[in-house]
Design a protein around this ligand. Sequence first.
Ligand SMILES: [Zn+2]
Ligand SMILES: [Zn+2]
Length: 478
Amino acid sequence: MTSNDITSTLGSFELVDEAISKESDKSAYNWQPTHWLKFPVPENYDLSTPPWIRPEQVPLSFVGINVVDVENSKILPSMTVKLKNGKIESISKSVASHMQEKGWESINGQGLFLSPGLIDVHTHFTASPGQPNGQLVPSSETQTALAATHVLKGMLWRGFTTVRDVGGANRHYKNATEQWLIPGPRIFQGGPVMSQTGGHGDDGADSDKPITGCCSSNGTGRDSVVVDGVEECTRAARKMMRAGADHIKICSSGGVASPTDKLDSEQFTVAEIKAICDVVRMMVTAHCFTSPAARNAIEGGIGGIEHGHLLDEDTLKLMAKKNIHLTPTLIVQELLSKPPYESMIPIQSREKLKLVINGGYKVIKKAHELGVNIGFGTDCFNSMQNVQLSEFDLRKKVLNDDVILKQATINGAKILGMQGKIGIIQEGAFADLLLLSANPLEDVSIFNEPHKFVKGIVKDGRVVRSELRDLRVEVPLV
Ligand SMILES: [Zn+2]
Ligand SMILES: [Zn+2]
């Protein structure tokens, strides 16, 4: 059966399609929450279920579509992929009868490519745009949460079906997108960043240290917690576990935006880092630019390095050997080096910035050659959120397209402990998918032209964006 055979049979199925559409109109697509109830209320009225919980997705199938096999860097042509109850139910070679199966809303996927949804493992979605001069300005917890609903919709609109927040978010955001209270990506969160006094995440509440940007704090004390000594580190880590953290993030070296902690400063002692890792026994990842600081963190037992732009070859070899993940963040550094964003960091930080920009490209290339698991991270905060997809273009300067797509899918899943569940198209995985009009294995920069190449976005089996006539949007991102 060729794709042409399927085309020639499509016309005769229009009536069946219509019938199926009418059937499914009763469910998810036309669902409305209950906003009205009359007294007296029925005795068996459900008081416990959140009223925003949606009915099960309409079973959906893409027929004749080209599946992007990210793991093997190849295309599986003319496949039928069925989505039910938020998962990928089956993947098989397409036959014409797949367009008329009862109970399924079947979409003709000919000429389209089906890619796993993207994963950004270094985001700060509570650092919202629209603040004076683009700076991080302390705002109330309520204002932060409300503004985050805008940022999260934007991330999903750009194709990121999963994000890891590394400083500021909590389990309430995760629950909100999981329940579709607000549309947004699947969220992994670690609560506030842990920093030593005077470290990258110390917001200077009791000193004259200015408020800093990336990975640290907005001056409210919510995005970072300052701890010193094994005892305080242990207690803070346990509190984060109690709060439901998916991971812990620490600052083990200085940062770019913060003027008083030197980039090459080593933050936290090995004993402190070890105490944190021993207590939580989950993924601990470290904001860290330099090799000595990374070695301290690795000795202490961390599982990931954020940025890492100045790491030397020996440290990268050690990371490959010990399966320590690396998440470089090229776009944030490039943005901060040019107008309009350069005003966000102090003038004395600009030299540091040059160093980490140049280092970032070298490290990402070398780390890939040495076999380090590299995640796709952007670190965009505040008014940078909309530039998130440009990380693809920057990585393309030094890496092949298929390698970058792996980083933004299956490598990210490894970092999150979600192998086989996200970042991949296989039976049983979550139905987080992108419909594209071009092959991303040949050119990943198509993701950064969403109006041109992204024809549909599905998360949890629910369509959130569509440019296809027959693919109906269940949850609009407005
Ligand atoms: Zn950082
Ligand atoms: Zn960061």
